[in-house]
Design a protein around this ligand. Structure first.
Ligand SMILES: *[C@@H]1O[C@H](CO)[C@@H](O)[C@H](O)[C@H]1NC(C)=O
Ligand SMILES: *[C@@H]1O[C@H](CO)[C@@H](O)[C@H](O)[C@H]1NC(C)=O
Ligand SMILES: *[C@@H]1O[C@H](CO)[C@@H](O)[C@H](O)[C@H]1NC(C)=O
Ligand SMILES: *[C@@H]1O[C@H](CO)[C@@H](O)[C@H](O)[C@H]1NC(C)=O
Ligand SMILES: *[C@@H]1O[C@H](CO)[C@@H](O)[C@H](O)[C@H]1NC(C)=O
Ligand SMILES: *[C@@H]1O[C@H](CO)[C@@H](O)[C@H](O)[C@H]1NC(C)=O
Ligand SMILES: *[C@@H]1O[C@H](CO)[C@@H](O)[C@H](O)[C@H]1NC(C)=O
Ligand SMILES: *[C@@H]1O[C@H](CO)[C@@H](O)[C@H](O)[C@H]1NC(C)=O
Ligand SMILES: *[C@@H]1O[C@H](CO)[C@@H](O)[C@H](O)[C@H]1NC(C)=O
Ligand SMILES: CC(=O)N[C@H]1CO[C@H](CO)[C@@H](O)[C@@H]1O
Length: 488
């Protein structure tokens, strides 16, 4: 991470005239599809530090949670894939697990932070450091965590992409790396070191030093994004097969293998999900669980397991996976999902310049009966008071189950406002002064046409300005120039 300022300096050398006009001379690193360059990345990789954290905090159902995400596949296509069917014989298939929106990036963001804040594209986004995520919850009880990102060039890399250096095909992409998008991780050196290269997974496995929470992202080939469900299914089977026979890995472990989103936008955003690991009892292997879950269940489940406080967002009332709910004494809510589509992003900070980041619900109690994380409450409680007063008269109600808005005369319920409450009622937020309208172009020229669709809101009267909202890779004039360069 210290190498980042070097990158900034290198950029300054490239654009001295621009820098001279930049009043702040802020060398905040700028990332795009072109910067940093491969040689700058190689130099940074040579000195990058790698986090090594482990711990053994006992949970009610598991002591280790490993999340693996594949890409863009409809439920039926995954359920019919032979390697996934083979894996399913060792686990519990979740048959009503929903993604929360389209396209990719907001789903990754939501699964660790409890909201996607109106994000509706795969652009270069940063989430301000006063917004919390699972890392804050895990830290509260000193539960170790890491990400393993395949072909990320070094631990803590913050760039937009790292392509195959021979074919230049898509390989590592930031949009599939949920925690690096949160500034409260990316601007903290200790935390950033835990966002590791995939090779570190095998180091940590061999050293019996795996963290208790981890998020694994295969590259753009192996996750199916630029390939097929047969490729991602075969990769999943080959990656997991040795692990399923590894007694160290399996002990007290829960693995979730799932997808970011359904492929067909007109359909319900239901995705295939499988629970595996040492905590699955033999009599539940090869069975299904038809309770309603969504990406926020990934957070609610660790809260229930380790009896953690909450983030005050979509995690508050998400269902906990039943195998964990059963041993945590947490109820599972029966939810009618027949009208849940989750196929666009509700209005919010990243798709509407007039909308602030909503305060988390500081008064809520989560499924395991805990209050909000104290550190979050201290930052947001006064903003929450203002916000809840202003939304009480709003005609928009937010439903955590559907993660969408519905027009009605009913004021938001006290628990519902906390979740992704990007209501049309705006608070006095100043948009980031550093924001640029030129976007870092998606690296991903082979993305399916559907993935570039922006979720437009049909539920709100507030105007949506598309994806250009609070894009924050670059600073000031320098940023504008670099954003323009990035469009070559
Ligand atoms: C976490 O670790 C810190 C530093 O070692 C310690 O002061 C604190 O009590 C620990 N917290 C818990 C909940 O174990
Ligand atoms: C990152 O991973 C790639 C391939 O998995 C490997 O070739 C490279 O050496 C790794 N880099 C570091 C710094 O670990
Ligand atoms: C990122 O992707 C762009 C567009 O494909 C490519 O030109 C660039 O070299 C890639 N950057 C790296 C570091 O791989
Ligand atoms: C993704 O990783 C696999 C190895 O796991 C490799 O064979 C493949 O070439 C990589 N994809 C790209 C685009 O580099
Ligand atoms: C940085 O991260 C460490 C480890 O997660 C945490 O203990 C510390 O409080 C963080 N620092 C700040 C300023 O947030
Ligand atoms: C896993 O262990 C079982 C039982 O010992 C064995 O039958 C199976 O072949 C092993 N699989 C692998 C991939 O090693
Ligand atoms: C979401 O699905 C509904 C129902 O099929 C459809 O009417 C709507 O057009 C879809 N929205 C998007 C953005 O695809
Ligand atoms: C949870 O408990 C219920 C009620 O006892 C039972 O039907 C269900 O099979 C259990 N689920 C799991 C995954 O243990
Ligand atoms: C959170 O950070 C954003 C961006 O810096 C700022 O606009 C907002 O006022 C902050 N909110 C609170 C409650 O600190
Ligand atoms: C809920 C659900 O699975 N929705 C759809 C995802 O996409 C597939 C294939 O288009 C449909 O069959 C599903 O109905």
């Amino acid at each position: 991470m210290y190498t980042l300022s070097k990158v900034g300096l290198a950029l300054a050398a490239l654009a001295p005239a621009v820098l001279a006009q930049s009043s702040s001379a802020d060398l905040t690193p700028v990332y795009s599809t072109l910067y940093p360059s491969a040689s700058e990345i190689a130099a940074a990789a040579a000195t990058a530090a790698v986090g090594e954290e482990t711990s053994s905090v006992t949970g009610s159902a598991f002591n280790r949670f490993v999340v693996i995400w594949l890409e863009n596949t409809d439920f039926d296509a995954a359920n019919d894939q032979s390697d996934l069917q083979w894996l399913a014989k060792s686990g519990i298939t979740l048959t009503n697990y929903f993604s929360v929106t389209h396209p990719s990036e907001p789903n990754y963001v939501a699964a660790v932070g409890g909201d996607y804040f109106g994000m509706n594209s795969d652009n270069f986004f940063r989430i301000p450091s006063n917004v919390s995520n699972v890392v804050d919850l895990l830290d509260y009880k000193n539960i170790s965590w890491a990400e393993y990102q395949e072909h990320q060039p070094y631990a803590g890399f913050q760039g937009f992409n790292y392509s195959n250096q021979e074919s230049w095909a898509n390989d590592y992409v930031r949009k599939h790396n949920p925690l690096v998008i949160y500034d409260n991780v990316a601007t903290n050196a200790t935390r950033l070191d835990n966002i590791k290269n995939f090779t570190s997974f095998y180091d940590d496995l061999d050293n019996k030093q795996l963290p208790q929470w981890s998020f694994i992202t295969p590259n753009m080939t192996n996750d199916g994004h630029d390939s097929t469900i047969d490729v991602s299914g075969a990769w999943s089977r080959s990656f997991l097969t040795p692990l399923l026979n590894n007694t160290y890995f399996m002990k007290d472990t829960l693995v979730l293998l799932t997808f970011d989103e359904n492929e067909t936008y007109g359909d319900q955003n239901r995705i295939w999900a499988l629970l595996l690991g040492g905590i699955i009892p033999d009599d539940l292997k090869g069975t299904t669980d038809s309770n309603f879950y969504n990406h926020y269940s990934e957070i609610a489940t660790i809260e229930a397991n380790w009896d953690l406080p909450h983030l005050g967002r979509g995690d508050i009332d998400a269902n906990v996976f039943s195998i964990v709910a059963n041993s945590s004494d947490v109820a599972i809510e029966s939810i009618d999902y027949s009208n849940i589509y989750n196929n666009f992003s509700a209005p919010g900070y990243y798709n509407d310049d007039t909308i602030a980041i909503p305060p988390p619900n500081v008064d809520a109690v989560n499924r395991n009966g805990q209050s909000i994380l104290p550190a979050i409450k201290s930052v947001w409680s006064s903003a929450y008071s203002v916000y809840s007063a202003s939304t009480a008269s709003s005609s928009l109600t937010y439903s955590a189950e559907t993660d969408n808005f519905a027009s009605s005369g009913t004021p938001p319920s006290s628990t519902a406002t906390g979740s992704s409450g990007s209501s049309a009622a705006t608070t006095a937020d100043s948009t980031l002064s550093t924001e640029v309208t030129g976007s870092a172009t998606a690296t991903d020229s082979s993305a399916s046409a559907s993935e570039t669709a922006s979720g437009s809101s049909s539920a709100s009267s507030s105007s949506s300005s598309g994806a250009a909202g609070h894009l924050a890779p670059a600073t000031g004039l320098l940023g504008l120039v670099l954003a323009a360069l990035a469009m070559f």
